[in-house]
Ligand binder design. Structure first.
Ligand code: SAH
Ligand code: SF4
Ligand code: F3S
Length: 481
């Protein structure tokens, strides 16, 4: 390690400022937090602006063209900051590109934007200290774009910087599904699951730091098959049960799931495991069988309907969420109508919807019959209006209910606190900021499009009573209400 990177030895030296800008999915959010963890021992403290930062990392997303292009425009702005810094200071600003654009475009990034000092793929950010050291000597190396997630997790520091009572926890990475539109199998590599013991250890540390809710992350999280205590592969359901046994971990969620990996034991767990929140993100992408086939989703619409029925039978009040793509090559008006019909039949509490974006190197990019943008845009508007209507109805149906809310952070007004309902809605509660970090019963006064507003109903209900009282299991189905 060079002298410039050594942690301050004596006296309170000013920390070096680290700015990380995160694009894309929650996996990137987790990775950004872990990058900060890796760099903290080198004396880097995070800041929320690039101005004045010593080290800037763009943690990028390659999923759609716009996502990737944003990176280059951001790099243009950073270059100006870096040049200004070089004129006024002897310590240069270091710029790194991490994440999926780094993985997909590698050297191309350095060629397009010479201000970039280093490029680090999603499986190599544990090597940041070493990469920084080398950068201090010679610029322009691209290292660590090979897939080796096992090494990465082993090499990350145990300590995590935690911000509030909720945390992401990556349990699985990569994807073997190869949907024809998607870059993830190329940027994140093959499916790989972390061993149960490593995940439990991380969750125990999070609980010690006050975390009450963990969201288990994976590109195909329900394909989780990490090694269990007996050496045999575990399942996501078994992992969830083990996590729920950790004192303090009261709530568990997981995302993102593929319909084909929605196993019987996971569905059953939704009916049995108190800590498993009644919320499921289960993307279907499209409602027409021929488009699902062209997307290589490996299941049809009826299988999705059957699955939803089984999940709802296990947990009637479950809130469903999804992802949709409109304008996939060859999508006709009739195909699109099938997507609208599927949405009407399923009913979503929330959803993301996108216009298809051709990605270089994916099979769909060279399929004939690309849909004109104007047509795709119109379909997107129609779909979003329907999804919006469903989300609004879902939230409005909460008015008058009492539910457990995990209070996460201060709100904007006075002593207001903002928390999360079991169904992942944002809940604003007045005069509750002294209860941040706790799960409290809240009566909902008003369900709005994007959030709920309520008031706390009891102050000192003991945790044990709360656990036995159930967080909403006794409630009947709220879907379609
Ligand atoms: N593993 C997850 C999703 C990862 S990407 C899953 O299988 O569902 C997140 C979402 O981005 C996808 O669900 C899809 O809806 C969207 N997406 C992926 N590739 C896209 C593309 N080429 N154009 C438009 N949207 C895309
Ligand atoms: Fe992409 Fe499909 Fe894998 Fe999801 S399942 S990450 S959409 S290839
Ligand atoms: Fe984007 Fe990579 Fe996530 S492409 S969606 S950041 S896995």
């Amino acid at each position: 390690m060079t002298e410039t990177l050594a942690p301050p030895q004596d006296g309170p030296a000013a920390p070096k400022r680290l700015f990380i800008k995160t694009y894309g999915c929650q996996m990137n959010v987790y990775d950004s937090e872990r990058m900060a963890d890796v760099l903290r021992p080198l004396g880097y403290a995070t800041t929320d602006t690039a101005e004045g930062a010593d080290f800037v990392i763009l943690n990028t997303c390659h999923i759609r063209e716009k996502a990737a292009e944003k990176v280059y425009s951001e790099l243009g702005k950073l270059r100006e900051l870096k040049d200004a810094r070089a004129r006024n200071s002897t310590t240069p600003m270091i710029i790194a590109v991490a994440g999926c654009v780094a993985q997909a475009e590698g050297e191309e990034i350095m060629r397009r934007q010479p201000a970039v000092d280093l490029v680090v793929g999603p499986q190599a950010y544990h090597q940041l200290p070493e990469l920084l050291t080398r950068t201090a000597r010679a610029r322009g190396e691209r290292i660590g774009a090979d897939f080796a997630p096992v090494d990465k997790f082993d090499a990350l520091p145990a300590a995590r910087g935690v911000d509030g009572p909720t945390a992401f926890l990556t349990v699985q990475e990569g994807c073997d599904k190869f949907c024809t539109f998607c870059v993830v199998p190329y940027t994140r590599g093959a499916e790989w699951s972390r061993p149960v013991a490593a995940i439990l250890a991380e969750a125990r540390r999070l609980s010690d730091q006050g975390v009450r809710e963990v969201t288990l992350l994976g590109q195909n999280v329900n394909a989780y098959d990490g090694e269990g205590a007996d050496g045999a592969p575990s399942t996501l359901a078994r992992l969830a049960y083990a996590l729920a046994d950790i004192p303090g971990i009261d709530r568990i969620r997981y995302t993102t799931s593929h319909p084909n990996d929605m196993s019987d034991d996971l569905i059953a767990a939704h009916g049995e495991l108190e800590a498993l929140m009644p919320w499921l993100h289960l993307p279907v992408q499209a409602g027409s069988d021929s488009i699902l086939r062209a997307m290589n989703r490996k299941h049809g619409r009826q299988k999705y309907f059957d699955l939803i029925d089984r999940v709802r039978a296990a947990r009637p009040d479950i809130a469903l969420s999804g992802d949709f793509i409109v304008g996939f090559p060859g999508e006709t008006d009739a195909d699109f109508e099938q997507t609208m019909d599927l949405v009407r039949r399923v009913g979503y509490a929330s959803a993301f919807s996108f216009m298809y974006s051709p990605r270089p190197g994916t099979p769909a990019a060279t399929m004939g019959a690309q849909v004109p943008e104007a047509v795709a845009r119109e379909r997107l508007h129609a779909l979003q209006a329907l999804l919006w209507e469903q989300q609004t109805a879902f939230n409005a149906a909460m008015t008058g209910r009492t539910m457990d809310v995990l209070l996460e952070k201060k709100g904007r007004h006075g002593a207001q606190a903002i928390g999360r309902s079991p169904w992942l809605q944002s809940v604003h509660v007045d005069d509750a900021d002294h209860l941040i970090g706790r799960i409290v019963p809240v009566e909902i006064e008003h369900g709005q499009q994007n959030s709920l507003k309520g008031r706390q109903t009891e102050t000192d209900r003991p945790q044990e009573a709360r656990r036995r009282a159930s967080s909403g299991r006794a409630q009947e189905s709220i879907h379609g209400a």
